[in-house]
Design a protein. Structure first.
Length: 364
């Protein structure tokens, strides 16, 4: 707290945080409420708003954001009837003193108006993390793959299934052996990811997916065999932490939301460098970078799977808080409070430096 007060005294620019979120309002352990809690502990003025139903009005140089109330456990007070509509006291903000954190912008559950709101805020000079561009890239697995390829970032060979009859053609083009991984472009938390073992199974799954949605984008990807993958939390140009996520027993996925039990992971210098490059390739400010390690981790680039623009922080927060940190790597960037490390607080501390509010350019 003393460090924060000293910073404010030197900069004389109070820092306000607006979290625009559509995390599950019935789940008190979602990331939005966690960030709000940690921001309050740091003395940051913070407001957690529910994207559903929110709107903004101009008030001179400021903006007023109206949102349905969100209680201390993160539950949104959404109206059931017209008579129930009740907005919280408006949150006053200005691009000079307010950082905007977007959560819940995705292609499946997000309304187009939410993206419009974020774009307008960017156009009006607000620092929005992550940017609309970053969310667009990361919420489309094919777009994500294209940015990896554009920037020479190692990733498993991947092709797009372009027609309901195109599964076998795509497999031939991929030129990989079964089993393969099939994904829908907008899936998250391991949902929409399938393990395919034959031409017959591939054809059947593609047919089914196109029957459900004739505009679905389907990716076919070579399987990189591994016992675990790695999630790296990147903020700006810093790596705050990484966790190893073992493959779930009887499954091929490693998502914490699917039951994987993570542990603190120590990155090699090469893995650190490439993780930062992957984050920059998607215009990431606060992202979770996922990769499968190479056999020779010191000399070979890892296989990058995707970058997540709204990474869940619950898993890595608890992993670091309850672990013995193995090296100097994280001790240089993380501070202990009451004997525990908080990834979330370090993200918030990063933005105490206004130089970090500047928009970053995509990789050339």
């Amino acid at each position: 707290m003393e460090t924060f007060k000293t910073f404010l005294a030197e900069e004389e620019k109070p820092y306000k945080l607006l979290i625009l979120s559509h995390d599950d309002p019935q789940d008190p352990n979602e990331t939005g409420p966690l960030v709000r809690k940690k921001a309050k502990e740091l003395g940051i003025e913070v407001y957690l708003a529910e994207l559903m139903g929110s709107y903004i009005e101009n008030d001179g140089k400021d903006k007023l954001l109206y949102s349905y109330p969100v209680d201390e456990k993160g539950r949104s007070q959404l109206p059931d009837t017209k008579s129930d509509i009740k907005y919280d006291k408006p949150f006053r903000m200005n691009p000079e003193n307010t950082l905007v954190m977007m959560r819940g912008l995705n292609a499946k559950s997000g309304c187009k108006s939410w993206f419009t709101m974020a774009r307008i805020l960017e156009m009006d000079g607000y620092t929005v993390v992550n940017s609309v561009l970053c969310n667009e890239i990361c919420n489309d697995k094919w777009y994500n793959q294209m940015m990896f390829q554009q920037n020479n970032i190692r990733t498993p060979n991947t092709v797009l299934v372009r027609h309901k009859e195109g599964g076998i053609f795509a497999a031939d083009k991929l030129n990989a052996k079964y089993p393969m991984i099939l994904k829908t472009s907008t899936g998250s938390q391991g949902v929409g990811v399938m393990y395919v073992e034959s031409d017959k199974a591939l054809h059947g799954i593609v047919q089914l997916l196109y029957r459900e949605d004739k505009y679905v984008d389907i990716l076919l990807q070579e399987l990189i065999k591994t016992d675990y993958d790695v999630r790296v939390i990147v903020v700006g140009d810093q790596i705050l932490g990484a966790m190893k996520r073992p493959i779930i027993k009887g499954d091929f996925r490693s998502n914490v939301s699917q039951g994987s039990e993570p542990e603190v992971h120590e990155l090699t210098e090469l893995e650190k460098t490439e993780s930062l490059r992957a984050a920059k390739a998607v215009d990431g400010d606060i992202v979770g970078v996922d990769f499968i390690p190479a056999k020779d981790r010191e000399k070979e680039n890892p296989y990058f799977i995707e970058v997540n623009s709204t990474p869940g922080l619950i898993g890595i927060e608890s992993t670091f808080a309850n672990s013995v940190i193995p090296s100097k790597l994280y001790k240089q960037t993380l501070r202990k409070e009451r004997g525990k490390l908080s990834i979330t607080k370090e993200i918030l501390r990063y933005y105490l430096n206004r130089e970090n509010w500047k928009k970053k350019e995509l990789m050339p």
